[in-house]
Ligand binder design. Sequence first.
Ligand SMILES: Nc1ncnc2c1ncn2[C@@H]1O[C@H](C[S@+](CC[C@H]([NH3+])C(=O)[O-])CC(=O)[O-])[C@@H](O)[C@H]1O
Ligand SMILES: O=C(O)C(=O)Cc1ccccc1
Length: 244
Amino acid sequence: MSQTDNIYSQPLPQVDSFRFDQQVVQVFPDMIKRSVPGYEKIINSIAMITQRCAQDNSNLYDLGCSLGAATLSMRRGLINKQNCQIISVDNSSAMVETCQQYIQAYKSDVPVTVLQDDICNVKIENASVVVLNFTLQFLTPEKRLSLLTNIYNGLLPGGVLILSEKFIFEDTTSHQLLIDLHLDFKRSQGYSELEISQKRSSLDNVLISDTVEQHYQRLQQAGFKHNELWYQCFNFGSILSIKD
Ligand SMILES: Nc1ncnc2c1ncn2[C@@H]1O[C@H](C[S@+](CC[C@H]([NH3+])C(=O)[O-])CC(=O)[O-])[C@@H](O)[C@H]1O
Ligand SMILES: O=C(O)C(=O)Cc1ccccc1
């Protein structure tokens, strides 16, 4: 299945900006598991949140689905729900192609549609669960509020948004320690100093993090009144937002 991520293991003459291309697709499950502390916990919890929050006759969205890990988790949470469908969206053609294969590999009665599109162009409608699992951070900051507003407007009463992100922290002492702990996590997963530093420069200006407070503010501006951090490990975490 997935290969070991060694994309940044050799010195590169020039480190290009990070892209979700075919090379990344080939190692993606390994890369994300070894780079994001708590990733598997969040993926597994998405099934539990879905089981409790999905509504009969509704749509569920996985925005920035990559290879569909969150889609498959949502689908596992949909047992005993009637007439639900999942719409999974990613703008990387390489991701979408392989995602289709992953989804088809597991049999299920729940229909899944995988779309190659910018998530900013997708109309969210009749939604009970929307997942943004480490995707919002890759959108230019100016586009973030309108996406969240679109999601809020497309959610049914009682519908939820699961928003997972890499955070920054206003308190510089806490910020530095949590960043260092993330680097320790990557070292513990077998990444070398060279891999860590080349990956970091490839993500410069590509992955733009906000503070938890900035997320709360933006979610409130979008209309969400109930926003709570339900999981955090170092500088990675996930917010659950509920529409009244
Ligand atoms: N504007 C956009 N429109 C559509 N897709 C986008 C856009 N910008 C970025 N993406 C896509 O968002 C995904 C982010 S990865 C999500 C992991 C997944 N959710 C997981 O639960 O495994 C997170 C990470 O690698 O840290 C990539 O597949 C991009 O192509
Ligand atoms: O690798 C990192 O340092 C990250 O911040 C997380 C990540 C994981 C997978 C793709 C891009 C970023």
